[in-house]
Write a protein that binds this ligand. Structure first.
Ligand code: DNO
Length: 350
């Protein structure tokens, strides 16, 4: 297992030199943020980013993400050209030795929350989601630049996409995902790249849009589309953990044993209703995800992929990218490494 940390490039308020000081962090999860969605990621630009990361004594371990153009998800006539570009980006990352690619297939919106600064009793704040509040959101008025999203759209583009998706149901979206994977997975295999789909976050339909990577059956269906280790999963404990119907410990054991989990997002959430939750401190006792069992399962299956702490709270007065402050994610890493050391030593003695 390699412990990694997400870095948003030069505009990230957290410098690589700080990340390097977090004990046990070896790898960086990053992306090129100045390439238009759908364009090829040039090899020299990826190499430049890699050099920068390596100059700080870290590895460029995961690309999160090369965004999938909406026309691919919509199955438009332009999709073949766009998929060709995507394949070339995969070849380019593989050529310089970056082996894990996290991506998602969520229509229009990436992760969504209804409150980015929910105040906790201790004065810190967390990201939270309330389905009733989501229903009150007027898409004509919201700001479309939630930090952390791969793509932002103008109001006009958004309306066009929403109209286009009114003709795409879950089954059509599945077919479009299947079409995409059948073209990109063989290229990923050749390029020594493991694709790792990120579950939908939250794992249910929002704004009436189709969403398909929401539960264990969906992950079963996904890996069967092409039986290849390059067709894998980013196991996000927070996204999947928001779905109260998933036994996520069982799921990580299953998909991990099948060698389909290449990347883990380590995050805890507390359910506050069927479709309501907020994010918490990483340790088990604060949320509804059994973080101990997650790590124990990873150790038992001999997980050798990358793991990163996902969204943290904002603590100690820190401000910055919602979910992506330094302090609470660093605490998450210390908890994770504590679990890892304790469980590994205990298992060795059994
Ligand atoms: C949220 C992230 C997601 C993730 C993408 C992957 O914090 O986990 O935005 O990067 O869905 O494509």
């Amino acid at each position: 297992m390699e412990i990694t940390f997400r870095w948003y490039g030069e505009k990230d308020p957290i410098p690589l030199s700080y990340i390097r000081q977090i004990p046990k962090v070896e790898g960086i999860v990053s992306a090129l943020y100045d390439i238009a969605v759908g364009d090829i990621w040039p090899i020299d630009k990826i190499q430049k980013l890699k050099d920068k990361i390596e100059a700080e004594g870290l590895n460029f371990s995961v690309i999160e993400s090369i965004p999938v153009h909406e026309d691919i998800k919509l199955g438009k006539s332009t999709c073949d050209e766009l998929i060709k570009n995507y394949c070339q980006s995969i070849r380019n990352m593989g050529a310089i030795g970056i082996q894990i690619l996290c991506y998602n297939f969520m229509p229009v919106f990436d992760w969504v929350r209804t409150d980015l600064t929910m105040r906790n009793p201790d004065g810190s704040n967390s990201l939270s989601y309330d389905n009733l509040k989501l229903k009150e959101i007027d898409l004509n008025k919201i700001s479309l630049d939630l930090p952390g999203w791969a793509a932002t759209y103008t109001q006009k583009e958004l309306q066009n996409y929403l109209n286009a998706y009114s003709k795409v149901d879950n089954e059509i979206l599945w077919q479009n995902l299947e079409y995409f994977l059948k073209k990109v997975i063989p290229v990923a295999e050749e390029s020594n790249v493991k694709m790792a789909i990120h579950p939908d976050d939250p794992p249910w339909s929002i704004f009436g849009l189709p969403r398909i990577i929401t539960n264990e059956d969906a992950l079963d269906r996904l890996i069967k589309i092409i039986d290849s280790p390059s067709n894998g999963i980013t196991f996000c404990t927070g996204s999947l953990g928001a779905n109260q119907d998933i036994d996520i410990v069982k799921a990580i054991q299953k998909f991990g044993s099948l060698d389909r989990v290449h990347f883990v997002h380590f995050r805890n959430v507390k359910h506050t209703g069927t479709y309501n939750f907020h994010e918490t401190e990483h340790p088990t006792e604060f949320g509804d995800v059994d973080m101990y069992e997650i790590i124990k399962s990873l150790i038992e299956i001999g997980f050798d992929g990358a793991i990163r702490p996902d969204h943290g709270r904002m603590i100690w007065g820190e401000t910055g990218r919602p979910g992506y402050g330094l302090y609470d994610r660093a605490l998450g890493i210390m908890y994770l490494t504590g679990l890892w050391e304790g469980i590994s030593k205990t298992l060795k003695n059994i």
